[in-house]
Write a protein that binds this ligand. Structure first.
Ligand code: HEM
Length: 124
């Protein structure tokens, strides 16, 4: 049996509440039947319908059980990649971008304030 391959555009076409495909670690899943059963709610799945959900899925720290459940919804392999920023599904890359840079964005103002306080103390 040959493995089916899907392009990012083919996956992206299944992006409604009633038709949810997503990519996790380069594999394509049709998780529509699982929508109502997902312990994390159907909203997060709808939001990532037609997109690459690898980062969101990993971020949650899903259990081995959850990872094994993916097999039930396996459709085939993704051919090509979702290029960050080139898709309307920017939510996926948004999750990764904010995840990567938020710590630095958070630290910069604190460092500035501390520097200003130290500077003032030394001046007075
Ligand atoms: C598509 C395949 C997915 C499957 C099979 C799946 C399965 C599960 C399962 C079995 C749980 C229960 C806890 C555990 O065993 O880890 C869970 C929890 C959760 N999932 Fe997913 N999940 C999927 C995708 C996603 C995605 C894309 C998100 C996006 C953020 C998500 C967010 C969550 C959250 C937030 C919880 C925690 C719920 C709670 O404990 O309150 N899941 N998921």
């Amino acid at each position: 049996m040959s493995i089916e391959k899907f392009s990012p555009d083919q996956v992206a076409a299944h992006n409604t509440d009633e038709d949810i495909w997503m990519v996790i670690n380069g594999k394509v899943y049709d998780i529509t039947p699982f929508k109502d059963e997902h312990p994390g709610g159907e909203e997060v799945l709808s939001e990532l319908a037609g997109a690459d959900a690898t980062i969101a899925f990993d971020d949650v720290g899903h259990s081995t059980d959850a990872v094994n459940m993916l097999d039930d919804y396996y459709k085939g392999e993704l051919e090509g990649e979702f290029v960050s920023g080139s898709k309307p599904e920017a939510k996926t890359s948004g999750v990764s971008n904010s995840g990567g840079s938020s710590a630095i964005n958070f630290l910069i103002p604190i460092v500035l304030v501390v520097a200003a306080v130290v500077y003032k103390l030394y001046l007075s």
